[in-house]
Design a protein around this ligand. Structure first.
Ligand code: TYD
Ligand code: MG
Length: 453
């Protein structure tokens, strides 16, 4: 049978039957490469198998309860996993090279091993001696974790078969290669094949597997997105260059809430948990200044206060600049349009810069009102009261929409010394948190109240 899809995109894994310069699926340039087809096994002659035979749901219920989850004791990690490691699960940890994935996973492997799981850490990038040196530096030299340096999938599966670990960390999936696949390590076919073999092995042998995947920029190597659909849980490890903070973010989780984050700090002795991230993200905040607004956000199940900073200045360009770090550029354009259309406050001829302090990325629409407040405060050169937090979603009509977890947001703000909050009207009243809560129905009312316009 002729194989039609023999080109695939290294960034997103989409398949095509001809080459092109740009991937139609994800828009990346120069990421499409020709792939050798997977060599198929001998065709099955009969239909006799009973392997996929169905079982009644009620029959399953009588089987023993699944073994419990294991906690690593690194609570920022355990929470992101949805409450510890689920037996026989497959997890992908993606992130930029150098962000700290190997450090995090070596620490996690050691802690899971100390918690009683038989654990193997397989490195395809470093020799075992180098991994051991790193472990020494992290103070984990005597953890009962086994180390292996290998890249051939057959060797690794043989080792896993013999050792029967309960957890295997594969660092990284892009260095693994299967000898029955005729393409270079790191190609889409190799990464897919290796991830498929490892995850199926894990499911059938009662082993959990954590795959490390480098996010690649140049498209030469297949990125972690290619295997996202094969695993139960997808975590991304993020951080800004120049900042010590690292965020572990769940983007997919069959066993817990997605959007959950864990906050770490990269230190000389590895990654340290940040137990109170709000305090950390607000730590550089000085006197109240125009353009600075504290947003009471929620990441997953945890409230998190972050500071938005805006700068608005007359533009020397015919096309004014719109620059945003840590938030969505499209959403910024929408807020600017709503401010102009509904409140009559134009930003034409003005450059707009918007930042989330501390290198945090905010994805909640609940930040809309805080962003609008930061933009107005910068434009009017008027600082907002230092002890106030703001949250609320803005609709295209200029109405403020209530957001979830009002109570949680207020409690966190109060804990950090804030005394007042501005929030949308409607939604749940929220228990008395001791905060002065001002509720508003639309953006025009907000502008009038806060900026007296
Ligand atoms: P690493 O875990 O190797 O990144 P990845 O596996 O994602 O490529 O981390 C690399 C960076 O972390 C490197 O720049 C050095 C720094 N680092 C520390 O600051 N402290 C430490 O204890 C360790 C082990 C690494
Ligand atoms: Mg690494």
């Amino acid at each position: 049978m002729a194989k039609s899809n023999s080109f695939s995109c290294n960034a997103c894994g989409a398949s095509f039957n001809k080459w092109s310069g740009r991937c139609d699926a994800c828009g990346a340039w120069n990421t499409i490469v020709e792939e050798a087809p997977l060599s198929a096994g001998p065709a099955s002659k009969s239909l006799g198998a009973r392997r996929g035979a169905p079982i009644r749901l009620t029959d399953l219920a009588t089987e023993e309860a699944p073994p419990p989850r294991t906690n690593s004791g690194i609570s920022e990690l355990d929470r992101v996993l949805g409450g510890g490691l689920v037996p026989s699960s497959a997890i992908l940890v993606g992130g930029d090279p150098g962000i700290g994935k190997s450090t995090l996973l070596l620490q996690a492997a050691a802690r899971f091993a100390q918690a009683g799981l038989k654990t193997i850490y397989v490195s395809g990038e470093e020799a075992s001696a180098q991994v051991r040196m790193r472990a020494q530096r992290l103070g984990l030299a005597d953890a009962p974790v086994q180390l292996a340096a290998a890249t051939n999938l057959r060797d690794i599966l043989t080792t896993l078969e013999a050792e029967k670990p309960q957890l295997a960390v594969i660092d990284s999936i892009q260095t693994m290669w299967a000898d029955n696949v005729e393409s270079a390590p790191g190609s889409v076919s190799q990464v897919r094949a290796a991830a498929h073999e490892l995850t199926t092995f894990a499911k059938t042998r009662n082993m959990s597997v954590i795959l490390v995947g480098h996010v690649t920029k140049d498209g030469q190597i297949a990125g972690p997105r290619v295997v996202e659909h094969m695993v139960d849980t997808v975590l991304y490890f993020e951080g800004e260059r120049g900042h010590q903070f690292r965020i572990l973010r769940a983007v997919k989780n069959r066993f817990g809430p997605a959007d959950e984050i864990g906050v770490f700090e990269m230190t000389g002795a590895g990654l340290a948990e940040v137990v109170n991230p709000s305090a950390l993200f607000l730590s550089e905040r000085g006197q109240p200044s125009p353009g600075s607004v504290v947003f009471a956000g929620v990441e997953g199940t945890r409230p998190l206060l972050v500071e938005f900073q805006a700068l608005v200045a007359p533009s020397p360009h015919s096309q004014p600049r719109r620059s945003v770090v840590g938030w969505d550029g499209g959403r910024l354009a929408m807020i600017l349009a709503v401010l102009e259309a509904r409140c009559g406050i134009p930003f034409t001829g003005l450059d707009v810069y918007l930042n989330v302090a501390g290198g945090m990325k905010v994805t909640e629409p609940a930040a809309d009102l805080a962003v609008a407040a930061a933009l107005l405060s910068a434009r009017e050169d008027a600082a907002l009261p230092a002890e106030t937090v703001i949250f609320g979603e803005i609709s295209l009509s200029g109405a403020l929409r209530p957001v979830s977890q009002t109570e949680n947001r207020l409690k966190e703000a109060q804990k950090l010394g804030f005394t007042a909050a501005i929030a949308p009207s409607g939604g749940k009243p929220g228990a008395d948190s001791g905060m002065t809560l001002t509720r508003m129905g639309d953006l025009t009312a907000f502008v009038g109240e806060v900026f007296g316009a």
